[in-house]
Design a protein around this ligand. Structure first.
Ligand SMILES: Cc1cc2nc3c(=O)[nH]c(=O)nc-3n(C[C@H](O)[C@H](O)[C@H](O)COP(=O)(O)O)c2cc1C
Length: 495
């Protein structure tokens, strides 16, 4: 009886509070001046905002088809998850890949499969063989692209480092400096030098020779970053909330203040000054030095080749990383991500052709990045002339990324791009490093596997004639669609 009266009383009270809440919300929505929808549809209009905020998660699971999601569809992500968990790469009934549509990609199978003895692994490749005191023998074809410490959490970087060691690939530090976490797995490291020279700068923000020499004892190569595909010409900002004391110490800056990467390097504004800067770093460290850039046309590569020929072969960068406009970023203005630069499909063959025409393709290794997260995409890049493939987001998926699209908010639900300890707790380094290693192994193994089916001993023998690209006139071989030294590319040289 007493319980009945009590629960009736509590129920009435809650009902009353709820009513007051909704009336207050109704009045506030009706009178506020910011949102038309709420003025016109008080209370109920909030559903629209909830839908906008959380719709991408709901659509992901209930509405969007396997091949519809962007930037990466679910079928692609599932492939990575399966590889990372060492689950069999098997589907039932048939492919959902749109084999006759848009950018569909296929390979030319050989009628006569190779025997087991003829199937080899892609051999390691030297970078900087003739130019450096200490060239870098890069073991893997597929490697981990630069993602900065700060954009990524400490456990994420530790897992990447251990996983890179487990799969024999390199780990690029990204532009946030070299952290102890990068060294945890004792993997091969490439130190990226961004426009702010984080981690390798002196008190004035210029290159510190002392730091460069010290880093040269630890890393296998350096990469001067001119730009990245997602935001060429923009530089970047790591929001102050992500600049923890640890991140700040490693970058050589103040904590909790926005870490700003300027649009360009203070000491680099032409092909010649770029070659000066990389020559200096190579002399200081004895290590190979490469350049990472996005492209809009062929001018930069052409000017670089011309400058190299003027100054001598030894002045050339040891590698060139071409990042497609479809590339990712921890934080990027949408306008740039959507509308700036050439996608890798155009930028890569263009670069390779210019290097071939300038007889520099053997001297300068080409690294390709931009959504090359499956073996087929990586094999396509090798067909087009890349020597190496780097992927960032492929390895993030292996780490457990669910494509929540929140890297810039410090609220990454999988602990990968957040410094929130509670969220990082979910990322167990010992488990996730195994996944990173397995994904790296699967990528490298399956790129070779595709080459074997094309009748080639290993992936480094893939050429443009081994890939089929969908065009409005039907499938064309890569060598027809992008003939080596095609006039279109020659025109672009002088665009
Ligand atoms: C979270 C995140 C952080 C990144 N940080 C850097 C960086 O510090 N330096 C850089 O050159 N590129 C950075 N990138 C770009 C990647 O290195 C890569 O070039 C690009 O994402 C294309 O590769 P993907 O499509 O395989 O991810 C970042 C990308 C992501 C997703």
């Amino acid at each position: 009886m007493i319980w009945g009266i009590l629960s009736y009383g509590v129920g009435t009270l809650l009902g009353f509070v709820g009513l007051v809440f909704f009336i207050a919300l109704f009045v506030r929505d009706l009178t506020q001046r910011e949102h038309t929808v709420l003025r016109n549809y008080p209370v109920i209009g909030h559903l629209r905002f909830l839908g906008e905020r959380y719709g991408e998660f709901l659509r992901q699971y209930f509405i969007v088809g396997d091949r519809d999601e962007r930037p990466f569809d679910r079928a692609t992500r599932r492939w990575v998850y399966r590889a990372a968990k060492n689950e069999p790469d098997v589907i039932g009934f048939g492919s959902t890949y749109p084999v006759t549509h848009g950018e569909a990609l296929a390979f030319v199978p050989s009628p006569f499969p190779l025997s087991a003895a003829e199937r080899l692994h892609a051999p390691p490749l030297l970078i900087g063989a003739d130019s450096c005191v200490q060239p870098f023998l890069a073991r893997a074809v597929v490697n981990i692209s630069g993602m900065s410490y700060g954009a990524l959490s400490e456990p994420a970087v530790r897992a990447l480092s251990r996983g890179a060691q487990g799969s024999g690939c390199w780990l690029n530090t990204g532009e946030g400096g070299l952290a102890p976490a990068h060294r945890e797995g004792r993997c091969d490291l490439i130190m990226q030098v961004g426009t702010a020279k984080f981690g390798i700068r002196d008190a004035h923000g210029d290159l510190s020779e002392e730091r460069a020499r010290a880093l040269g004892l630890v890393v296998k190569a350096f990469e001067i970053k001119l730009s990245q595909g997602a935001k060429p010409g923009h530089g970047g900002v790591l929001p102050g909330r992500k600049v923890t004391p640890d991140v700040a110490r490693i970058r050589g800056i103040e904590p909790f203040r926005d870490a700003i990467s300027p649009a360009g390097h203070a000491d680099i504004h032409s092909a010649d000054t770029l070659l000066d800067a990389l020559g200096r770093l190579r002399d200081l460290t004895g290590r190979p030095v490469g350049v990472k850039t996005a492209l809009g046309d062929g001018r930069f590569v052409t000017e670089l080749c011309d400058a190299i020929h003027r100054r001598g072969l030894s002045s050339a960068p040891d590698f060139l990383t071409i990042d497609g406009s479809e590339g990712g970023s921890g934080a990027v203005p949408q306008m740039l991500a959507d509308h700036m630069g050439l996608p890798l499909g155009e930028a890569l063959p263009l670069t390779v052709d210019i290097l071939l025409q300038a007889s520099l393709k053997d001297r300068i290794r080409v690294v390709a990045s931009g959504k090359l997260v499956t073996p087929a995409k990586a094999a396509w890049a090798l067909c087009m002339g890349a020597d190496f493939v780097a992927t960032g987001r492929g390895f993030l998926f292996a780490l457990g990324c669910i494509q929540a699209l929140r890297c810039h908010t410090d609220n990454c639900p999988t602990g990968i791009t957040t410094h929130n300890r509670r969220l990082q707790r979910g990322l167990v380094v010992s488990e996730k490093s195994l996944r990173v290693a397995r994904y790296g192994q699967a990528m490298n193994r399956d790129v070779d596997g595709l080459a074997h089916i094309c009748g080639l001993a290993h992936a480094r023998l893939l050429r443009r004639e081994h890939v089929l690209l969908m065009t409005p006139e039907g499938h064309k071989k890569g060598s027809e669609r992008y003939p080596y030294g095609h006039p279109l590319h020659r025109t672009r040289r002088h665009a």
